[in-house]
Design a protein around this ligand. Structure first.
Ligand code: NAD
Ligand code: UDP
Length: 328
């Protein structure tokens, strides 16, 4: 088959790649996802308002002719031609999403409406980065996708939790009402290089504190649990979810190995060789006491499970922060 060079013809099967929009593409997860998409031959439009994202996260990709960055806020409509959309735009760490809670919920809700509207117009498949926070402080353990959650609608985490729940609702309604081709994943705590050192999330906090020889700040008595997934595993899960035809979700993506926060502190201390003390601080309100994904659905439908153990993921993340802190 020949292609008329004077006319723009788009047919993915001819080019062997797709035009992919990643909202929140300059953030922690988004930048790793952009890299993975480029590596497999896709064209990537990285959209970000740079609230918690950094140009530096994607600076190494700028020389690639298949990569483009767009400064845009998802609370405003967007008109572009794409085949696929990964909707990741939203601050994810409690200190950042609580900084301007009204903006956080607008980002989730208006962002979902605008990106779903775009997907509807251009007939793109769209994936929503939802969260384990939709389960709130769960009274079912581990959490399966069938569990509806136990969420405080009026607390300090609600702007994020309820924003993400409303976004899930919008995704399912656009799917049922307008036949938009949606995918929903619920991401559990994920860590790795390019988290912000002042991000406030527990893995980056402990590593930065240990490397600086400062006390590790454990909130509460440290008996609350989380299950930590390394970023490379998570990105593979996102791609598998987007690429398959059968399951729209929601599907949990996370590492099922559960640790107490105190155990994590001990691991970081041992790995960095830091002699710093552990300082116990008050537990923030509505902090979930336990969280562990049931990933049977991801295993069955996506053939996916995490491969990077916590020790290895922490080693790579410590290495990243050592490099970052050495730059001053
Ligand atoms: P992040 O803060 O590093 O990335 C979010 C990105 O979205 C940033 O680049 C930020 O600048 C951008 N952004 C925020 N508001 C925006 C807006 N209004 N318009 C355009 N861009 C905007 O966080 P992350 O950890 O990379 O999280 C990415 C997504 O994954 C988020 O939607 C988050 O809710 C979800 N998620 C992450 C985790 C995790 O553990 N990392 C867990 C559950 C869900
Ligand atoms: N946490 C902590 N010390 C810190 C930062 C967080 O003990 O310096 C705790 C926090 O209270 C929570 C857990 O670690 O119980 C995970 O916090 P994070 O903000 O990383 O994620 P989320 O609470 O959203 O799961």
């Amino acid at each position: 088959m020949t292609i008329d060079q004077n006319t723009f013809i788009y047919a993915p099967e001819l080019r062997g790649n797709r035009r992919v929009l990643v909202t929140g593409g300059a953030g922690f997860l988004g930048s790793h996802l952009c890299e993975a998409l480029l590596a497999r031959g896709d064209e990537v439009l990285c959209l970000d308002n740079f609230f918690t994202g950094r140009k530096l996260n994607v600076a190494h990709l700028l020389g690639n002719p298949r990569f483009e960055v767009l400064r845009h806020d998802v609370t405003h409509p967007l008109f572009v031609e794409v085949d696929r959309i990964f909707n990741l735009a939203c601050p994810a760490s409690p200190i950042h999403y609580q900084y301007n809670p009204v903006k956080t919920i607008k980002t989730s809700v208006l962002g979902a409406i605008h990106m779903l509207g775009l997907a509807k117009r251009v007939k793109a498949r769209i994936l929503q980065a939802s969260t384990s926070e939709v389960y709130g402080n769960p009274d079912v353990h581990p959490q399966t996708e069938a569990y509806w959650g136990h969420v405080n609608p009026i607390g300090i985490r609600s702007c994020y939790d309820e924003g993400k729940r409303a976004a899930e609702c919008l995704f399912m309604d656009y799917h049922r009402q307008n036949r938009v081709d949606v995918r929903l994943v619920r991401i559990f705590n994920t860590y790795g290089p390019r988290m912000l050192p002042n991000d406030g999330r527990v893995v980056s906090n402990f590593i930065v504190q240990a490397l600086r020889g400062e006390p590790l700040t454990v909130y509460g008595d440290g008996s609350q649990t989380r299950s930590f997934c390394y970023v490379d595993d998570l990105v593979e899960g996102l791609l598998r979810m987007m690429d398959q035809e059968e399951t729209i979700g929601p599907v949990n993506l996370g590492n099922p190995h559960e640790f107490t926060i105190l155990e994590l502190a001990e691991q970081v201390r041992a790995m960095t060789g830091a002699r710093c003390e552990i300082r116990f601080l008050p537990l923030p309100s509505d902090d979930p006491t336990q969280r562990q994904p049931d990933i049977r659905l991801a295993r069955e439908r996506l053939g996916w499970e995490p491969r990077v153990p916590l020790t290895e993921g922490l080693r790579r993340t410590v290495e990243y922060f050592e490099g970052l802190l050495a730059q001053g």
